[in-house]
Design a protein around this ligand. Structure first.
Ligand code: SAM
Ligand code: SF4
Length: 341
């Protein structure tokens, strides 16, 4: 038996570099009510509603993946709260906790949280990542084309019902680097964990340029000018490197300058059933028919699906830097709103 076959017997997906897959991100829609400059194209062509996987099919897929060792599922988008039925889906996923699922999380722009925070808590959602790129209302509007106060109200609503929250901030040169210090101070005051994300080449109109990236080093040098900054050990498979800044934890996701791929344990599925072994994968796997088949004949369909996935996951590249060296920009025409961050 080779090592791929041995793992199949155990049931945990693993790639050629020995990285076991424990986290699954599911994008439930590509639609979004925001138009973040680093994400959404000027003229998005939305996926057709009839091309999306139903929540029933997604549930069966999640069950299958949990049986293969997935321990954490993150619901993302587009804006996940724009898809009707997502709260009920999260409630359904709770039944997978007896099979080994440990956490169900969501990444959201926060706009609808005032309306949904309570229902999400009741449904059993474990934690939330909320995007917030600026504390300046005009700058926020320029970055997202939306109102900032709605997001602040959403964050408050999520805090009120007791959610564990991380704030995600994408930094872009000439846009919001002046927010690094204010956001750290605000997050400390709010008792929220903040994570800065380097701008990645996954914007819908492919305008990304290295010159627009605010690197981890630049972030740290701004922080050090005001605060005592101490690196925290033990990043593991966490995409963010953590620092203690002025007594609070601040994370930096530095995909571009110092990528975190070494222990990557993540897999991704988009809303129409395309599966990616990496955010930057050159090619996905179209799994919609296979996933739909799970609902008809789980036993048969799961054997077939497992062998397809084993091969594809096994061939996951080493990481962003390796993929980057193989192809010229852009890596592939896919924007973050179609796959989910
Ligand atoms: N709409 C939700 C939100 O904004 O949180 C979920 C989907 S969004 C695609 C997921 C995460 O990806 C967000 O934290 C967003 O800031 C981040 N993101 C989007 N485009 C990005 C890019 N080009 N580089 C880095 N992060 C990006
Ligand atoms: Fe929408 Fe999130 Fe993309 Fe912003 S980052 S446009 S909120 S999907």
């Amino acid at each position: 038996m080779n090592s791929m076959t041995q793992l199949a017997a155990i049931g945990v997906f693993q790639d050629q570099f020995g990285r076991e897959k424990r986290k699954l991100r599911i994008s439930v829609t590509d639609r979004c009510n925001f138009k973040c400059v680093y994400c959404m194209p000027e003229h998005p062509e939305w996926m057709k509603k009839h091309d999306l996987l139903s929540f029933e099919a997604l549930y069966h897929f999640c069950e299958f993946m949990v049986r293969q060792g997935i321990e954490q599922i993150r619901i993302t988008g587009g804006e996940p709260l724009m898809r009707q039925g997502v709260v009920h889906f999260i409630e359904q996923l709770q039944s997978l906790k007896k099979m080994g699922l440990k956490r169900v999380s969501m990444t959201t722009n926060g706009h609808y949280l005032k309306q949904y925070a309570d229902a999400l808590k009741q449904a059993g959602l474990d934690d939330l990542n909320i995007s917030l790129d600026s504390l300046d209302a005009d700058q926020f509007q320029r970055l997202t084309k939306k109102q900032f106060h709605t997001v602040l109200e959403g964050i408050q609503a999520a805090q009120d019902v007791g959610f564990n929250i991380k704030i995600n901030t994408v930094l872009m040169k000439g846009m919001n680097e002046d927010q690094i210090i204010p956001l750290v101070q605000w997050a400390k005051q709010q008792k929220l964990e903040l994570r800065f994300i380097e701008f990645m080449p996954l914007d819908g109109d492919q305008n990304w340029s290295q010159a627009d990236v605010i690197t981890e080093q630049e972030i740290l040098s701004q922080l050090s000018s005001q605060f005592t900054v101490q690196v925290l050990e033990g990043q593991g498979a966490n995409p963010a490197r953590s620092y203690r800044v002025d007594g609070s934890v601040v994370g930096v996701i530095s995909t571009i300058s110092n990528s975190f791929c070494g222990e990557c344990d993540r897999l991704r599925l988009n809303a129409q059933g395309e599966f990616y072994n990496c955010l930057f994968a050159k090619q996905g796997l179209k799994l919609k028919p296979d996933i739909q088949q799970l609902a008809q004949d789980y036993q048969h369909a799961s054997v077939h699906l497992k062998s397809k996935l084993m091969t594809y996951i096994w061939h996951k590249e080493q990481g962003f830097q390796t993929i980057q060296q193989q192809v010229l920009q852009p890596i592939r025409k896919i924007s973050m709103h179609m796959i989910g961050g």
